[in-house]
Design a protein around this ligand. Structure first.
Ligand code: HEC
Ligand code: HEC
Length: 506
């Protein structure tokens, strides 16, 4: 019998080494495949926790070609950014209006999910739809889920994340060094391996690409959104559809929109909502919002979205917690019925009752309403056509979007928490809205959560608190006009006070 070469004989040392090496390769491959194949969101049983911290699928990692590069960097990098670029954000994320609860490693509105073996973070609905309110300057803020995130400066958050990700101090060695200091929650073995294989540079390339695409709506190229607003459709045009924003008419790039409330959705079904009334389906509005959060048709988590959808369907608008002068409010009811009810329905909407014979959820032509027209113009027919091509051949395909010619009559449930008012947030309080446009505040600050019980809205004459700068809102800037909506503006002061008192019962 011919003798086998020694390496083919498992009894020899060489053979043993070969078998061990082969086993090791198989194990490492299995580990790598296992790591890459994992798609694991953090799970929350409680629906409010799911809303605040749960993933709707906006984390990147939908394909192997794009392991990083969503709106946010991987989890541990996101947490390191404020300390790596301390000079760019001395007050940390809290100074941008992100809300962190005790014992939590991430702010409300940021979700965590492991994808392609990397712990990723992304935005969820709560980032734009969770606000804070305080009763007095010294009182702690209360967190209200479903209310507009009027304190959040999303634009500065996005700019900071981009800037710091591209900063020279953001290197493989910095990240690995800091990762060693993060006990427990640092990168896994697999992630450290990716870091050694160039993950940081890969991230920088993707961030650069992202920045180049949305550059025309960042910095000072268009009027800043400031706290409490986001440009609903322009970032979407470039991120989801790859449109070159530079080639659009400059006025189309001004689309800053106030965050709305999202409670009590059931009675809103069939109404033409979004500020310009462009869609009459609650489910399509939810899905489209998820795209705004950074979800893509590949990464979306429909089951997680459904939980949020079912919850906001019946989420009650919070009741006004301070004193109401009932006699004055009763007088206001008559005025409301005469001047406002036909467009906005009435206070029973919080119970789901749509007052009969009203035009709530329909669009008032821009010539009649007379408010700033930029947001309306930022949504175009061409854009609507593109939306129809998302989710093709699936039951999620959009079919309800349409271009309108004005702004929608929204129901006013929980209106006390929805200031500043109008689609561009250009009028600080309800009482200001009842003044003629030329008498409304011309410039004010947005982002302070101190409640004003007299004028109903948030205190808007304070530039800064605890080192947090609020956003100066200048109504003379394109997109920020506080004109139009002149209903009730010729009433007497007593009648205006009565109307405001009645609106507290909504
Ligand atoms: C990036 C911020 C942002 C995120 C994230 C976000 N929204 Fe919104 N949402 C908005 C803005 C701004 C509008 C108003 C859009 C407009 O008309 O310009 C809006 C509108 C809506 C509306 C329609 C409200 C109305 O009455 O007109 C619903 C419903 C909604 N969002 C639900 C959600 C849900 C559900 C999620 C999570 C899947 C979500 N949103 C995530 C910013 C956001
Ligand atoms: C002809 C229909 C019409 C009438 C009448 C009307 N409104 Fe409005 N209202 C609108 C439209 C349309 C908007 C949205 C305009 C925009 O955002 O540019 C609006 C917006 C508002 C808002 C801001 C909502 C928000 O979330 O920011 C409030 C508050 C409001 N109206 C209160 C009133 C009151 C109070 C009256 C009666 C004095 C009244 N409206 C009469 C059509 C009407």
């Amino acid at each position: 019998m011919r003798r086998l070469p020694s390496w083919m004989n498992w009894r020899t040392t060489a053979g043993k080494i070969l078998i061990a090496a082969a086993l090791a390769v198989v194990l490492v491959a299995a580990w790598a495949v296992g790591s890459i194949a994992s798609d694991r969101p953090e799970e929350y049983g409680e629906i409010t926790e799911h809303f605040k911290y749960g993933s709707i699928g906006s984390e990147p990692g939908g394909s192997l070609l794009r392991p990083v590069g969503g709106a946010l960097p991987p989890y541990w990098m996101f947490r390191m950014l404020p300390s790596i670029c301390r000079d760019k954000l001395p007050g940390g994320y809290a100074s941008l209006g992100l809300v962190t609860e005790p014992g939590r490693d991430l702010p409300i509105g940021i979700s965590r999910r492991r994808r392609l073996g990397v712990d990723q973070v992304g935005f969820n609905c709560a980032i734009c739809h969770t606000g804070t309110v305080r009763d007095s300057p010294g009182a702690p803020p209360r967190v209200v889920l479903g209310m507009p995130s009027h304190q959040l400066d999303l634009q500065r958050l996005v700019e900071f994340v981009i800037d710091c990700s591209l900063d020279n101090r953001m290197t493989r060695d910095t990240v690995l060094g800091r990762a060693r200091e993060m006990d427990g929650d640092g990168p896994s073995l697999f992630e450290r391996l990716l870091l050694r294989l160039g993950l940081v540079n890969r991230l920088k390339i993707q961030v650069l690409d992202q920045r180049n695409r949305i550059e025309p709506v960042l910095g000072d190229r268009v009027p800043r959104w400031g706290r409490g607003r986001v440009d609903t459709f322009n970032p979407y045009k470039s991120i989801q559809f790859n449109w070159p924003l530079d080639e659009l008419p400059p006025s189309e790039l001004i689309g800053a929109s106030d965050f709305p409330s999202i409670w009590n959705q059931a009675p809103r079904e069939g109404m033409h909502l979004h500020w310009d009334g462009d869609n009459d389906s609650v489910d399509e509005r939810n899905l489209s919002a998820a795209l705004g959060a950074g979800v893509t048709p590949v990464t979306v988590d429909h089951a997680a979205m459904q939980r949020v959808r079912d919850w906001i369907w019946t989420l009650p608008p919070p009741k006004y917690p301070y004193a109401i002068d009932q006699a004055l409010a009763a007088r206001g009811l008559a005025l409301y019925t005469e001047h406002c009810r036909s467009c906005h329905a009435d206070e029973r909407f919080r119970e789901g009752v749509v007052a009969p014979g009203t035009r709530v959820g329909q669009v008032v032509p821009i010539a009649d309403i007379g408010t700033d027209r930029h947001r309306l113009d930022s949504y175009t027919d061409t854009f609507a056509t593109n939306q129809y091509a998302l989710y093709p051949d699936s039951r999620y395909r959009f079919s309800h979007f349409r271009k309108t010619g004005g702004y929608a009559n929204h129901p006013l449930d929980g209106i006390w928490l929805r200031g500043p008012f109008l689609h561009n947030g250009s009028v600080p309080t309800l009482r200001d809205l009842l003044d003629a446009p030329e008498a409304r505040p011309k410039a004010f600050y947005r982002g302070y959560d101190l409640f004003d019980q007299t004028r109903v809205g948030f205190v808007s004459d304070v530039p800064r608190v605890d080192g947090h700068d609020f956003s100066l809102f200048d109504t003379a800037i394109p997109g920020n006009a506080n004109t139009g909506h002149v209903y009730g503006t010729t009433l007497s002061d007593v009648d205006k006070a009565a109307l405001v008192e009645h609106l507290k019962t909504f």
